[in-house]
Design a protein around this ligand. Structure first.
Ligand SMILES: [Zn+2]
Ligand SMILES: [Zn+2]
Length: 323
């Protein structure tokens, strides 16, 4: 069992006796689940996928029955479909380590799907360790040889995992994406003009290619009533987000959940399929644990536990020990 799952289950055991004897307390928690506040997912419980991930290509551009020209359209910088498949998305969102003794910075950039300049920045800001060295057979400036002491999140702007205050929990997030997950999304070129372009090119000039953006497909309605229904969006964004489903006692206990809990209301969790959508569609919360750790932890626990537990009932210290 996952360290977080066992931690939540243990905390649940501590409060469940009391809740069984005082059903109004359980009712209050159930009512809490319905609150809009708790329906907003939290950043620390979501995985992100960058449109500019350089590892996207090849197989990702094939969709069954889709248009054959996707690879060509991608190569030429035109809008094209991308198939997001469970195993592959897990791979792209996975926490990465570059073990000592490390690799050349270009190789690190390739492994992380990032631009070399970004990896330079990460090594300057301490997400990666480095030492200057001359590449054999290459003249000129010394290059960097990099490695990491901590896990790197290749999708994050600073290379660090979301809220490391919650321990190394985030490193297992990608494993929670279903293996048979499938979603077709669209990638659009980001076109920008430079001042010179604006002067010298005509009005018909669309702008210079500056990488990719996603077109948000909209959030899938997960209440299970209308399969595959979307709340339309169409915004263009750098990252798509997939908040992970809430923890459930039923799943954690398997068949041992017992009849007492069978009667409990079902939350939005397993019902229907979740998909990637933009942060606006999800109403994703980015509250930072540095400013108010207690409030951020409470929100995290509340969302992750499907509203069943409060932050104070789960010992954050144990999470650090567990992983
Ligand atoms: Zn959207
Ligand atoms: Zn967006």
């Amino acid at each position: 069992m996952d360290p977080l799952d066992s931690l939540l289950l243990e905390s649940w055991h501590n409060v469940s006796n009391e809740l069984q004897n005082k059903p109004w307390k359980l009712a209050r928690r159930m009512e809490r689940v319905q609150r809009k506040e708790l329906r907003r997912p939290v950043r620390a419980w979501a995985v992100a996928l960058r449109a500019n991930d350089a590892r996207i290509g090849g197989e990702d551009l094939y969709s069954p029955g889709g248009d054959e020209g996707a690879i060509e359209r991608c190569r030429r910088g035109y809008t094209h479909p991308v198939m997001l498949r469970g195993r592959r998305v897990r791979e792209l969102c996975k926490a990465r380590r570059i073990d000592w003794p490390g690799v050349w910075i270009d190789e690190a950039a390739r492994q992380l799907g990032r631009d070399v300049r970004t990896v330079y920045r990460w090594s300057d800001t301490g997400a990666l360790r480095y030492r200057k060295e001359h590449e054999p057979g290459r003249r000129g400036k010394a290059s960097r040889w990099v490695w990491s002491d901590t896990a790197i999140d290749p999708q994050a702007n600073d290379g660090r995992g979301p809220w490391s205050a919650w321990g190394s929990l985030w490193q297992g997030l990608s494993e929670r994406i279903p293996e048979d997950f499938e979603q077709r999304v669209e990638r659009v070129p980001r076109l920008r003009d430079s001042a010179k372009d604006r002067r010298t090119r005509g009005d018909a000039w669309p702008g210079r290619y500056r990488g990719w953006d996603w077109r948000c497909p909209g959030r899938r309605v997960a209440d299970g009533t209308v399969p595959g229904r979307h709340v339309p969006c169409g915004r263009v964004c750098k990252k798509l987000w997939l908040p992970l489903p809430a923890w459930t006692i039923g799943d954690a206990l398997g068949g041992r959940a017992g009849a007492a809990w069978e009667a409990m209301p079902r939350f939005e969790r397993g019902a229907g399929r979740r998909g990637f959508a933009c942060a606006r569609c999800w109403g994703l919360r980015f509250d930072c644990p540095m400013s108010n750790p207690q409030a951020a932890w409470n929100r995290f626990v509340s969302v992750v536990s499907g509203g069943l537990l409060y932050g104070r009932e789960v010992d954050r210290g144990l999470l650090w020990q567990a992983v």
